[in-house]
Every structure is written in C-alpha cells, then in structure tokens.
Design a protein around this ligand. Structure first.
Ligand SMILES: [Zn+2]
Length: 230
C-alpha cells in the first residue's frame, strides 16, 4: 500500500510551491501499453470539520496575515488547513512484453479541513468588535467548507484521470511502476487543490461584497477601521 499525504495551508505559499514542482519525464517506451485492467475502486471520505478560535495574535499580526488584498478593514483572519491522505493498493503485474503495470485495486482518499478563526487580541474586551470579527470570519470559514463540497466531484474525476494515466503505459520495473503511480497521484492532488482554491477565492470575493465591507466599516462606531498611525 502506498500512502501520500499533503497539506494545503491556505495562508502559506506551500501550495504554489507544490504546484510549480517539476516532475521528471517518463522513462519508458511509449509503445509498451498495459492491457486494460479493472479500474480501481475510488473511495472518498471527508472527515469532520474542526473549528478553532485563536485570540493570541495582535491586530497587526492578523492584518499582516490577512490573505490577499482584503478590503479594509481587516477585522480578523481565517486559516483553513486541508489535509489529503491517499492510500493506494500497490499491486503491480508483469506483462508479456516484460514491462510492469500498476494495477491498483483501490484508492482511498481522506480529506479533512481544520478551520481556525483569528480574532485580534485587541478586540477581545470589546464585545461589539469581537462578534463583528467572529461573524465575518465565520463566513469565510463556511465558504471553505462549501468549496470542498463543490470541488468534491472534480477531485474524484481528477483522481480517476491520474489513475488512468498511471496505469496506461508499462514501466521498466516494479519500482518505476509505483513511482509513476505516486507521481501521477501527487500531480492530480495538486490540480484538485488548485481547483478548490479557485472556488474558494470566488466565494470569498462574494462574501467581501461592498455591502459587507460597509457593514465592517460602520459597525461598532467605526472602531474596526485602522486609525491614523496604524
Ligand atoms: Zn472578508
């Protein structure tokens, strides 16, 4: 059994790093095709969402961490950590031409989303600012869960496609067949993460509508607005 895990830290650049990774070209002859085997059973499970509220960061830190060009005012931050864990059966068959074909019988994908809402510690003693921050960031947290739901069918088809590519051509050795399988799955996971990020960015932009930003600016007598010198 092969196990691949990945984490999508949404405030970090890890995702871009993974996506830009260059994978080695195929090393085996293109004319060595694997016979058609039964496609693997794909099982996708989404684990329970976890939620946490963090009040240990300063307003300055939260503003610095706020993802992208969030319209002013920044009242808090949301961090989603998506974890992928994939287990794939590592069956390999030797075919008549001497090549090796990966013939996984199953692929199990487990996804879990850890959600953290940051409320600046300067807001904690101000009930109005505290709930303004919590309510706004909760909308971004909900969008993240929704993005995962929306992206689920795309994740499944990406995984199917990766498995199909990994099992089409014969490899020179058993180890190479498994390396190809791992590489295709990793690339598929990266693509699925990109798809999900695109969905989430669209939903985030909808949340930060002009009306919502106006609400953040004017609620609590405008205390969420940066003051001169901030
Ligand atoms: Zn927002």
């Amino acid at each position: 059994m092969l196990t691949i895990t990945a984490t999508n830290n949404l405030l970090a650049v890890i995702l871009a790093g993974i996506s830009l990774a260059v994978f080695p070209a195929r090393l085996y002859g293109a004319n060595l095709e694997c016979p058609a085997f039964a496609p693997p059973k794909i099982d996708i499970r989404i684990g329970p969402l976890t939620n946490k509220i963090d009040t240990t960061k300063s307003l300055e830190q939260v503003r610095a961490a706020a993802k992208g060009p969030h319209p002013s005012p920044v009242v808090g931050a949301y961090l989603g950590a998506l974890q992928f864990g994939i287990q794939i059966d590592d069956s390999v068959r030797k075919i008549g031409t001497g090549g090796f074909c990966a013939t996984p019988e199953y692929a199990k994908l487990k996804l879990s989303l850890g959600r953290i809402i940051y409320i600046p510690r300067e807001f904690i003693d101000d009930p109005c600012l505290r709930s303004l921050a919590r309510d706004h960031e909760a909308k971004h947290a909900d969008a993240d869960a929704k993005a995962l739901d929306i992206a689920r069918p795309a994740i499944e088809s990406t995984l199917q496609e990766a498995l199909r590519r990994a099992t089409t051509d014969a490899n020179a050795s058993r180890a190479e067949a498994l390396a190809t399988l791992t590489r295709e799955i990793q690339m598929g996971v990266n693509r699925a993460l990109d798809d999900m990020t695109a969905v989430r960015e669209r939903l985030d932009a909808e949340i930060d509508s002009p009306a919502e930003i106006e609400h953040l600016r004017t609620s609590c007598e405008g205390r969420a607005m940066p003051r001169a010198g901030d």
